[in-house]
Write a protein that binds this ligand. Structure first.
Ligand code: ADP
Ligand code: MG
Length: 411
């Protein structure tokens, strides 16, 4: 049942995409393809395997979704599977496929954990072309005989770095093994940690590589600041930062689930509207938090790193790291929630004495020097953090074991 669309001549048709798809993205307000789209779309159309990497917020979803929809053409069997590390990402990708395929008769559905099986079973049985899934729930459905991957022509592993971090490798391998050997396989990732290479050599055949930008780079539209503070004053400083900042919507990242609940409680008592997103919350609560934040019902979203990667939330003006991420790469992902699609954003990070090393490793990883800021009028408790010399000593101590190790290796 093809639907009539006008004849198109745009940057998207020049990449080989059909009028229907070019019309669809135009309706969504896309004018030019992003660099990853410009390079990946022709490769995916050609049928070749691909490893595509580009920082978060650069449009990787459309880079695979558009050419896949084109290749599938019209409604038939389940021919495309997209694996996502979290439920939120799976939902987001499914939604993107729904929008892009609006002018086709392709059917898209999603399966993920934490909710009942009934609706998913019904959708799977109804006949679908494209399935977005998290690995655990998909395996459950496969074991119950609810879904067959025997006709999958195109397999996408999205956010592969995150998938590996979350320990999904065994599940992913079991799923991949159930798809035909003749399939086209696409990897998309923000970063390319070394573990990806071995999975790639196992799952991909002679892949093309499209790598956009420096892996460690952060959007240039974001302003960064470190706020040194002693641990006992963190919440007070956060409170003052929120008061003094003219923010539209802010995500606050905490290291632990309990920590994020605590921060949310305290902020609520101070009169803020707050949503919480972490893996101890039920699926319904998570959706409510996310939707509430997106719609403006909550001005603040407190989250653990589960929310750090890939979530596309428009108009986040500020990201505040209440806790410094332990892993420098996570910093890049967390602040990737702001400054998306050329909007400006601010990223504030509270840094205690214990975090000095992690803060420096963020600077090393991103190749930036981040300004240390103090808030005028805040009753700071004295800390060596404010003492340049003491900081230099901490840095020297942190650097030492590394240099010793290097010498050891050379000998
Ligand atoms: P990534 O997966 O690389 O983190 P997404 O695919 O989630 O990024 O896209 C980020 C945002 O950019 C989304 O809101 C998407 O609609 C938007 N976007 C993607 N491609 C374009 C484009 N060509 N023009 C304008 N906006 C785009
Ligand atoms: Mg993505």
């Amino acid at each position: 049942m093809p639907i009539d669309v006008p004849k198109m001549d745009t940057a998207f048709t020049k990449l080989g995409l059909s009028d229907a798809l070019a019309f669809g993205v135009q309706e969504m307000g896309y004018v030019e393809p992003t660099p990853i789209q410009a390079q990946a779309i022709p490769v995916v159309l050609s049928g070749r395997d691909l490893i595509g990497s580009a920082q978060t917020g650069t449009g990787k979803t459309a880079a695979f979704a558009l050419p896949i929809i084109q290749k599938l053409g019209t409604h038939g069997k389940l021919r495309c599977l997209i694996l996502e590390p979290t439920r939120e990402l799976a939902l987001q990708v499914e939604e993107a496929f729904q929008k892009f395929s609006k002018f086709t008769d392709l059917r898209v559905t999603i399966v993920y954990g934490g909710v009942g099986y009934g609706k998913q079973l019904e959708d799977l049985r109804g006949g679908i072309d494209i399935l977005a899934a998290t690995p655990g729930r998909l395996l459950d459905h496969m074991e119950q005989g609810n879904v067959s991957l025997a006709n999958v022509d195109i397999l996408v592993l999205d956010e592969v770095d995150r998938m590996l971090d979350m320990g999904f490798l065994p599940d992913v391998k079991r799923i991949v093994q159930k798809t035909p050997n003749t399939r086209q396989t696409l990897f998309f990732t923000a970063t390319v940690p070394p573990e990806i290479a071995s999975l790639a050599s196992w799952a991909l055949k002679d892949p093309a590589r499209v790598e956009i930008g420096r892996q460690r780079s952060v959007a240039e539209t974001i302003a960064h600041a470190f706020y040194p503070v002693v641990a006992s004053q963190k919440f007070d400083l956060l409170q003052l930062l929120l008061e003094q900042t003219d923010f539209k919507s802010v995500i606050i990242f905490a290291r632990t689930r309990m920590g994020s609940d605590r921060i949310a409680d305290r902020l609520q008592r101070k009169g803020h509207t707050v949503g919480v997103l972490h893996s101890d919350r039920s699926q319904r609560e998570r959706i409510e938090a996310l939707e509430g934040f997106k719609s403006g019902k909550f001005e603040v979203l407190v989250a653990t790193d589960i929310a750090a990667r890939g979530l596309d939330i428009a108009g986040v003006s500020h990201v505040i790291n209440y806790d410094v991420p332990e892993n420098a790469e996570d910093y890049v992902h967390r602040i990737g929630r702001t400054g998306r699609a050329q909007n400006t954003g601010d990223a504030f990070t509270l840094v205690t004495e214990e975090d000095v090393r992690d803060a420096r490793s963020i600077e090393r990883f991103t190749g930036m020097t981040i300004e240390r800021k103090k808030i005028e009028g805040f009753p700071y408790i004295y800390s060596a953090l404010f003492d340049e010399k003491a900081q230099a000593e901490v840095a020297a101590a942190a650097a030492k074991p590394v240099s010793r190790l290097h010498r050891g290796v050379r000998r």
